[in-house]
Design a protein around this ligand. Structure first.
Ligand SMILES: N[C@@H](CCC(=O)N[C@@H](CS)C(=O)NCC(=O)O)C(=O)O
Length: 239
């Protein structure tokens, strides 16, 4: 059976949506990132990058001769798409378009939204330049998404793909916290189209009751949480 090391945040929710979409059986191993579970030696042994999600797929053998371990959510989506033969077309043009948007999510949308969240929620001091910089990037990226969805049903064309799964949790749950600078009707219509599929909502809300209130802004972030999340940064500051 597949094992997913997980917490209910967008990078993990894209994987749970995919797992539900392909009807895969999986065990969830909860990693409490505010408690610092990602820094524990057992976890670091499988993910030296100290981040979730991590997928262990015993149907394949890794370079170390053990069950295959994959981290980086985009790589996990591609692995599951290739394994199941679903949500990543074999047609070169559709495949390229799908991978382009997966990479866009991994390199722009996720990092820019993540940094905005960091400077709004977690930074120990206010840095207006950083908030302005990441907020304007988030506005730009959402506008691009909205404009793209004006002429297509799903991100990579007529068919739902791993590009939709990668992008949806970020703009749906996370993005709602940061008001857009203009209406995004095509993105809203895409939300509705996505949510016609029960697995999208099931994947998005998988174990969502275990989310910490601090992660969604309903309780204050403390130095203890910052130390769990940004251990190397804190250590450097104390030098
Ligand atoms: N590029 C990575 C990012 C993973 C990531 O940042 N995961 C967050 C949760 S959404 C995490 O593990 N944070 C813990 C930490 O920063 O210590 C991916 O897409 O898998």
């Amino acid at each position: 059976m597949l094992t997913l090391y997980f917490c209910p945040t967008p990078n993990c929710q894209k994987v749970t949506i995919m797992l539900k979409a392909i009807n895969a059986a999986f065990d969830t191993h909860k990693i409490d990132i505010l408690a610092g579970d990602q820094n524990e030696p057992d976890f670091v042994a499988i993910c030296p990058n100290k981040k979730v999600p991590v997928l262990v797929d015993p149907d394949f053998t890794g370079l170390d001769g053990k069950p295959l371990v994959i981290w980086e959510s985009g790589a996990i989506l591609i692995h599951l798409a290739e394994k199941s033969g679903q949500y990543l077309s074999a047609d070169p043009a559709i495949r390229a378009e799908t991978l382009k948007w997966v990479m866009w999510q991994m390199s722009y949308l996720g990092p820019m939204m993540g940094q905005l969240h960091h400077f709004v929620m977690y930074a120990p001091e206010e840095v207006p330049y950083a908030i302005d910089r990441y907020m304007s990037e988030v506005h730009r990226l959402r506008a691009l998404l909205n404009d793209t969805l004006e002429t297509r049903a799903f991100i990579a064309g007529d068919e739902m793909s791993i590009a939709d799964f990668a992008i949806y949790p970020w703009v749906k749950l996370f993005g709602m916290r940061y008001e857009p600078d203009r209406p995004l009707p095509h993105m809203e219509a895409w939300f509705t189209r996505m949510e016609e599929y029960a697995f999208v909502t099931e994947g998005l809300f998988h174990q969502v009751d275990t989310i910490r209130p601090e992660v969604v802004g309903n309780a204050p972030i403390t130095d203890e949480h910052r130390n769990a999340l940004f251990a190397s940064y804190q250590a450097k500051r104390q030098d």
